[in-house]
Design a protein around this ligand. Structure first.
Ligand code: ZN
Length: 245
């Protein structure tokens, strides 16, 4: 990965656990790191507020991360708000729909659209490295998080725009516990604590309840996934006699 040290990257950054870990990963590997986010009509704006605090926290953690961290861009995307009510873009109840079915928190094409818009934005800057926190091994059943979707998108972009974009997905084959572990490897307990405290995962936007793994309602699918991963991470840490806060 050392060949990336003179390169610039953009991280698709929502302010959640996964994209926060990806931001740290990018700050470790690249020379300059920008962030881009999307206001697509989320049922709450909690994540968007967390983005700022996570970025500030990362810059405070390491001097060279502060030097590498560049500007943040937030793009508005009203298509979903007005055209497509899902459980993430409206107040309808969250339904998981069982094994093999896509849950109603799935926002169709969201990641594909984020990648396309990021590529258009990156074309002008110019930069070719795009980092995103999609994951196939411990995911929520969203088909556009799968490795094949991302690889197909990279191919489509490079054919259609005559570019050489590289879509980096450092979490693709990691379980949630391993995402916490990656954060620890990149920035120790300080980074894990920052992600616990300032990143946001809960579908309902609940910041009123503080758990060991961070804020959230504790019962929605996203909270349960985050909590289970954190518990597993703590257990594996204790087995090698490291302290878990
Ligand atoms: Zn929740």
């Amino acid at each position: 990965m050392d060949c990336l040290q003179d390169q610039k990257a953009v991280v698709i950054f929502s302010g959640g656990q996964d994209s926060s870990t990806c931001l740290a990963w990018a700050l470790h590997h690249f020379k300059d790191v920008l962030t881009i986010g999307f206001d697509y009509g989320q049922r709450h704006s909690t994540e968007l507020k967390c983005r700022v605090r996570v970025r500030d926290g990362m810059a405070a953690l390491k001097k060279n991360w502060a030097e590498k961290l560049g500007a943040d861009f937030l793009l508005n995307l009203d298509t979903y708000r007005h055209r497509l009510p899902t459980a993430l873009t409206s107040d309808i109840p969250i339904e998981e729909n069982g094994e093999g079915y896509v849950p109603n928190t799935f926002v169709p094409g969201r990641n594909l659209l984020f990648i396309l818009l990021t590529a258009i934005w990156a074309y002008a800057h110019p930069l070719r490295h795009v980092v995103m926190g999609v994951c196939e091994s411990d995911y929520s059943g969203y088909p556009d998080c799968r490795d094949d979707s991302i690889k197909a998108m990279q191919t489509a972009l490079n054919l259609g725009m005559n570019t050489r974009y590289v879509l980096h997905t450092p979490l693709m084959w990691r379980k949630k516990a391993d995402v916490w572990k990656l954060a620890w490897q990149l920035g120790g307990d300080a980074l894990v604590n920052l992600i616990v405290e300032e990143s946001h995962t809960c579908y309902l936007g609940d910041r009123s309840q503080r758990h060991t793994w961070g804020y959230g309602c504790g019962v929605c699918p996203a909270c349960r996934l985050r909590a289970r991963g954190y518990d597993e991470y703590c257990q594996s840490k204790q087995s090698v006699q490291l302290t878990c806060s």
